[in-house]
Write a protein that binds this ligand. Structure first.
Ligand code: C2E
Ligand code: MG
Ligand code: MG
Length: 629
């Protein structure tokens, strides 16, 4: 078939329109497996016009490339669409081989060509009386993902232009399907960010979101009760049963809670053995308390763990919305305080309901127990450092400073056990300042030892990050230590960035201008709002440990990590994989193009003396390469 010049121009014009159409469709954020069908129908119809073909179909391979499933097809004769047909490699081996080897498969006479010899007998092809066909492979992130087929009932000599057209159509389809895949992975990241992986219960974020919505739709007189529930002697049992046994106990408890608190109650796991529950009610509080006592009794039924019968008891504190708390965050806090005050007052934590006096009482008791201020004055805090390495070369490029408290009576205390208290009492600011000062001096020392471009990352709490004095304090420390601001990396968590957008955005911009390097810690654990991050001039994201942990074990984790790295790359951000524990995880991350790594595989966080020992042993010419790398 010869085409005139006018016809060619028309085709090119149509192609351009088509391209625009496809790109607008593909960019739509609500593109999903459910909304794609009409888009594909329209495409097949338009492709049939551009290619002057009688039938156009779009197919995707399964994972093992043994099946092609038709996503959509347009049949010109009766303007009919169809989808869902499957063809199999075992029936059509020559065709399957050919579409995977050639970018374009142009067949002039399907009745004689060896590639189509099996196709001729196939029911799908009989009905269309296919004489000629031109197919192009659709290339996706992981290789050939599908094929677009244009069939003609006439014998056609496929021209160069036909080939160019079909290839560019296939490229546009690649764009659409790639985007679809990415959206799905992003959705999965979101889902992970909203679910507790161990139990499948909601996590704190989704709990807060759901309960906030519920409260907003409360009718007059409706109230809600928050329970903060923990297992008694969980830590001891963990010691006896091991981490897997402890996980199983948590899962069993979660399953029981799901049954005992059906909708409209909401249940979430916050961490370890800590659960929160919200139950709306409109009667007497006393009735709710009685119900809860029954439930806690049911929770005591024995659990079968590691071949043993385990009997656990539970304690809880409760608070009531709206009397004790105006929102979810305060509701949880008040219930937690009630739980703690039960423990302090009676040594038997049990169904205590919050009252406002607890607030001051509890704070004082806890503070006398864990006097952070004294700890700071007595120099009881220390920093441990964990190396961070270049993912390609394994060379150490910096360290993360992690605080520990050497308590005179209680021994070494990890940050998880006191940072929250420091936050709530405001002591986090002087503690954070101490950390920054130590880190700055340490950078200076390491520079003097010949590690020239070494960086140290410090963790900044939300409260400290927004503190008016932070920029001045940073300036003072780096001037005194005589180091460059970019050698001090400031880690904030995603949730800080979400808290008070405007103030946070201003602060990030200012610190960036002052030359500091800003990193988002535990990325993926919170809201994973990439779109949001675009507005902040940050330089680095640290991919949360839970995703790294799944690498090599759980194919979804790999997809997620790969997407995070890919999206970060598009935004020009560096990526650090956190919690790397095996060589396999390292290899996978290297394959994905991750920039840096940190984790027990290279080294645990260790005191500065041990780091210096490492530098003495393994440092060469300003470079440090650990034996594990
Ligand atoms: P983070 O900033 O995400 O720090 C990483 C945590 O993961 C550290 O726990 C580290 O010991 C642990 N980790 C590192 N590699 C691995 C690994 O391969 N496997 C496993 N399972 N864990 C690994 P750590 O030191 O207990 O710190 C916990 C959190 O406390 C930190 O999480 C950070 O959010 C906070 N924190 C630590 N130091 C400070 C500080 O000076 N100020 C503030 N505000 N928070 C701090
Ligand atoms: Mg950190
Ligand atoms: Mg982290």
């Amino acid at each position: 078939m010869n085409r005139s010049k006018d016809e060619l121009n028309m085709i090119l014009e149509e192609l351009q329109k088509k391209q625009e159409f496809i790109f607008t469709q593909a960019k739509q954020s609500d593109l999903s497996r459910h909304t794609i069908a009409p888009v594909l129908e329209e495409l097949c119809m338009r492709i049939s016009k551009i290619m002057s073909c009688d039938r156009v179909s779009i197919w995707l391979f399964n994972e093992s490339h043994t099946t092609l499933t038709m996503q959509n097809s347009f049949h010109k004769k009766d303007s009919a669409y169809s989808s869902g047909v499957k063809i199999f490699a075992k029936e059509l081996p020559s065709y399957f081989e050919a579409v995977q080897q050639e970018r374009i498969l142009a067949i002039e006479d399907a009745s004689t060509d060896p590639v189509t010899k099996e196709l001729r007998q196939h029911p799908f092809y009989d009905e269309g009386e296919v004489k000629s066909l031109i197919d192009a492979s659709i290339i996706l992130g992981k290789g050939i993902g599908g094929v677009v087929c244009c069939d003609s009932t006439e014998l056609r000599k496929w021209s160069y232009l036909d080939r160019v057209l079909v290839a560019s159509i296939a490229d546009m389809l690649s764009y659409i399907f790639d985007r679809l895949e990415r959206i799905e992975v992003e959705e999965h990241v979101q889902q992970l960010a909203y679910t507790d992986q161990l139990t499948g219960l909601d996590n704190e974020y989704s709990f807060a979101e759901k309960v906030t919505k519920q409260i907003a739709s409360f009718k007059e007189g409706q109230r809600g009760i928050f329970y903060y529930l923990v297992m008694d002697q969980f830590t001891e049992m963990q010691g006896v049963l091991g981490p897997d046994g402890a996980d199983l106990m948590i899962q069993i408890t979660a399953n029981r809670l799901k049954k005992l608190f059906p909708y409209p109650s909401q249940t979430a796991r916050l961490a370890f053995d800590h659960f929160v529950i919200f139950s709306p009610f409109d009667g007497e509080l006393e009735n709710e308390k009685a119900k809860m006592e029954l439930i806690v009794n049911k929770l005591k039924q024995p659990m079968h763990v590691s071949g043993q019968e385990v009997y656990m008891t539970f304690s809880y504190g409760a608070s009531v919305y709206p009397e004790h708390a105006s929102n979810v965050k305060y509701g949880i806090q008040a219930a937690y305080m009630a739980l703690q005050s039960g423990k302090v007052a009676t040594n038997r934590k049990s169904g205590i309901v919050y009252n406002p006096e607890m607030h001051t009482y509890l704070k004082e008791t806890m503070l006398s127990e864990m006097n952070l201020r004294r700890g700071l004055d007595m120099n009881e805090f220390q920093l441990h450092y964990q190396p961070q390495v270049n993912c390609r070369t394994g060379e150490v490029i910096g360290f993360e400073a992690l605080i520990r408290w050497q308590h005179p009576e209680r021994g070494l205390i990890f940050p998880g056990d006191f940072i929250e208290l420091a936050e709530s009492t405001g002591l986090i600011t002087p503690i954070g300042e101490w950390v920054i000062q130590q880190a700055a001096n340490q950078i200076r020392e390491w520079n003097e030892q010949g590690l020239n471009n070494v960086t140290v990352s410090v963790n900044l709490s939300p409260r400290h990050f927004l503190h008016h004095n932070l920029p001045f304090f940073l300036e003072k420390c780096i001037t005194e230590a005589n180091i460059k601001p970019k050698s001090l990396v400031l880690e904030i968590t995603e949730n800080v960035a979400m808290e008070d957008t405007e103030a946070v955005a201003k602060r990030i911009h200012l610190l960036k201008e002052m030359g500091y390097f800003i990193s988002i810690d535990d990325f993926g654990k919170g809201y994973s709002a990439f779109i949001y991050l675009q507005h902040f001039p940050i330089q680095q994201i640290k991919i949360d440990r839970q995703f790294i942990n799944g690498l090599g074990k759980n194919p979804k984790s790999s997809g997620i990590v790969q997407t995070i790295i890919h999206l970060a790359e598009m935004l020009g951000l560096q990526t650090i994989g956190e919690g790397v524990e095996t060589k396999e995880q390292w290899d996978i991350l290297k394959g994905f193009g991750c920039s840096e790594l940190q984790g027990f595989y290279f080294s645990r966080p260790i005191p500065v003396d041990e780091i210096n020992e490492m530098i003495r042993k393994y440092g060469r010419g300003g470079k440090l390469l650990l034996p594990s790398a």
